[in-house]
Design a protein around this ligand. Structure first.
Ligand code: BTN
Length: 276
């Protein structure tokens, strides 16, 4: 995975047909699944949700070289320079009546990114609750899972959206974000990264269907947040400070405050509390 896309001149378009060919044997992007490449779109998650109403097969992939209104967690945006990163969505159909699949999918996706960055690229990522991958304390990737249709009833889809800063980080977030190329000291071939990541994702997704508890345990033991003193900003405003003690099988973060109360937090934004 060591090629030099974009070394000279403007960044090239993603070689999506190479990605499609490489995925033929798997569930994600494989035979029967749709593979949509877009030069630009407001958001691949929004695009995939639009297709979901038209019987989109599970395992389908929507990838864009530029998003004009990319969406992040907690109502935030996701914006990266065109053709420098990966912005894509995967449509996955949950096993019948598996209400916990959506939570597990977030964990499976975070582990796929962790494995890509750690095992395939030889870097040392941190996994920040719930699903941010960091390098040297700066965000390199984010995950947004959305349900489309009646997922609990068996005819819906989960839309798993992933953004990875490959060859550039958003200039506006210089202090908080980084990219794989900065960590490695060389640019990367985005198609090769996408192939490796989708294969990793297919493996962690299959593991989730076989052994959801094992995926939760692996995600739990990979989280760098546990054992830390944190402040968790809550979606509705306000926050909770305390020690991040554990996570529940649902993915909720368990934080014990100074008075000894245990808070079960389902969503939020973690920052480390300064020592002392
Ligand atoms: C986050 O960390 O806040 C989640 C970011 C998720 C961004 C990806 S990029 C592809 C997909 N389409 C979107 O609009 N968002 C997700």
């Amino acid at each position: 995975m060591d090629e030099a896309e974009g070394r000279q001149g403007p960044p090239a378009a993603l070689d999506w047909s190479r990605v499609r060919d490489a995925l033929r044997g798997g569930h994600i992007g494989g035979t029967g699944a749709a593979f949509v490449y877009l030069n630009n779109t407001p958001s691949t998650n929004t695009y995939a949700r639009g297709l979901a109403g038209q019987n989109l097969p599970g395992g389908s992939v929507v990838v864009a070289d530029d998003q004009t209104a990319g969406r992040g967690r907690l109502g935030r945006g996701w914006s990266v320079p065109p053709r420098t990163g990966l912005t894509f969505s995967v449509a996955l159909r949950p096993p019948a009546a598996d209400g916990a699949f959506g939570n597990g999918l977030i964990m499976a996706a975070a582990l796929a990114l962790y494995d890509l960055i750690h095992d395939d690229l030889g870097l040392r990522p941190q996994l920040k609750w719930p699903n941010d991958l960091l390098l040297a304390g700066r965000k390199v990737s984010g995950i947004l899972v959305e349900a489309s249709g009646a997922v609990g009833g068996g005819d819906g889809l989960y839309i798993l959206g992933i953004g990875v800063n490959v060859n550039a980080a958003p200039p506006a977030l210089e202090q908080r974000a980084t990219c794989l190329a900065t960590a490695l000291g060389r640019p990367l071939d985005r198609a090769a990264v996408l192939i490796a990541l989708l294969r990793r994702l297919d493996a962690t997704r299959a593991h989730l269907q076989r052994q959801p508890d094992a995926v939760w345990q692996r995600w739990r033991s990979s989280l760098s947040t546990l054992g830390q003193d944190v402040r968790v900003g809550l979606p509705g405003g306000g926050g909770v400070s305390g020690r991040a003690e554990d996570v529940a099988p649902s993915g909720a973060l368990l934080v014990r405050d100074a008075a000894g109360h245990l808070h079960t937090l389902h969503a939020g934004d973690v920052t480390l509390s300064p020592p002392g």
